[in-house]
Ligand binder design. Structure first.
Ligand SMILES: Cc1cc2nc3c(=O)[nH]c(=O)nc-3n(C[C@H](O)[C@H](O)[C@H](O)COP(=O)(O)O)c2cc1C
Length: 195
């Protein structure tokens, strides 16, 4: 039990994201992906609304995804350069498994949309953790594609939005540590206001 606990703590203390463009395959197997998504769905969710969904994009759908991004880019930025178009093509073909995290909040519900969006963030985080626990690395990115109406409509229903594109694979080189906040910068004991 102690060993389990220390390996979980070690995972939490050392996990870090990879830049999706620095991934190599293969991504998780079909069974591993299901396991990752079951874990991703096991998160705090006030009111059991499941205000998030996961859309997996298969390897043989990457060309269709690339075509979608090209059409969206034309709409968003008709002046886009060849280099930009090429970048989007590369994005659509990054190695590993692509999962699109969709935030799907229930409107006009007593649980505020804000809380439902927080739950989407938790789902994304658990997805990353599960991927890393299975021996993969993952990267969560957004960028203009996550905010394009054309791309949104390809993955989301009404009232839903893209919370991120999450790529799962293996790192092409050793991950460098990212600077983390000093605890004192993000934590202080509460000081009640004087009345
Ligand atoms: C909602 C969200 C959107 C992000 N979008 C991008 C992005 O567009 N491009 C990028 O390089 N990283 C993006 N990131 C990842 C962060 O820049 C960064 O890589 C990550 O937070 C590293 O932290 P970690 O190593 O603890 O996972 C995003 C992260 C989140 C949570």
């Amino acid at each position: 039990m102690l060993n389990d606990r220390s390996s979980i703590l070690s995972l939490l203390e050392t996990r870090r994201s990879v830049k999706p463009r620095e991934l190599v395959g293969p991504g998780p197997t079909a069974d591993e992906l299901k396991r990752i998504l079951i874990i991703a769905a096991r998160i705090p969710d006030h009111g059991k609304l499941m205000p998030w969904r996961f859309v997996s994009v298969a390897d043989d759908q990457r060309d269709a995804f690339a075509a979608l991004l090209q059409t969206a880019l034309k709409e968003e930025n008709p002046e886009a350069t060849d280099a930009h178009r090429q970048k989007e093509n590369e994005f659509a073909h990054y190695a590993g498994q692509l999962v699109v995290l969709v935030s799907a909040p229930a409107e006009n519900h007593k649980i505020p949309v804000w809380e439902q969006q927080l739950s989407s963030g938790a789902a994304g985080m658990n997805l990353l953790m599960a991927a890393h626990a299975l021996g993969y690395v993952a990267g969560w990115v957004t960028g203009w594609r996550a905010y394009s109406e054309h791309v949104r409509q390809a993955f989301c229903g009404p009232g839903e939005r893209i919370a991120g594109f999450i790529f799962i694979g293996h790192p092409m080189r050793e991950l460098e540590e990212r600077e983390r906040p000093e605890l004192s910068a993000v934590w202080k004991p509460w000081e009640p206001p004087s009345v």
